[in-house]
Design a protein around this ligand. Structure first.
Ligand code: FES
Ligand code: FES
Length: 151
């Protein structure tokens, strides 16, 4: 089946099969490999994207469900001025090791700061609890969130 959706502000089309995930369509058909596939079970948040502005795990959304909707991936956060403030903060805080969790955490943090521009420590931990990192111990990730919130 053919779906039409807006991805990172651009109209896109994709041929998908009925059971195909949005994550697979983004990575394999729409050539946007930023969203990572780490568990494919909704457990890790590595595939986090915005669907009509709401944070979702792209591995749990059918591509067909995105038909007619707007998707923003980590690639779409930057603009003509350059990297999104969250992307800059992750670099500046050294919040990246292997980087596999980073795209999902960046998208989740951008969504968090939309809802909570000055988040408390508890809010940061709660809102990012669905994004797992196997490398950093989270301290530098939380530093990056605070840095982005202050910028
Ligand atoms: S790959 Fe989607 S939640 Fe882990
Ligand atoms: S930096 Fe490796 S999983 Fe987070």
């Amino acid at each position: 089946m053919k779906i039409r959706l807006t991805v990172n502000g651009e109209p896109r089309e994709a041929d998908v099969w009925a059971g195909e995930s949005l994550l697979t369509s983004l990575r394999d058909t729409l050539e946007l490999p930023g969203s990572k596939n780490a568990c494919e079970q909704g457990e890790c948040g590595s595939c986090s994207v915005l669907l009509d502005g709401d944070l979702v795990c792209a591995c749990l959304v059918l591509a067909a469900q995105a038909d007619g909707h707007e998707v923003t991936t980590v690639e779409g956060l930057r603009d003509d001025q350059g990297l999104h403030k969250v992307q800059r903060a992750f670099v500046e805080a050294g919040a990246v090791q292997c980087g596999f969790c980073t795209p999902g955490l960046v998208v989740a943090t951008a969504a968090l700061l939309e809802r909570h521009p000055s988040p408390s420590e508890d809010v940061i931990r709660e809102e990012l609890s669905g994004n797992l990192c196997r490398c950093t111990g989270y301290a530098k990730i939380f530093d990056a969130v605070r840095l982005a919130a202050g910028s």
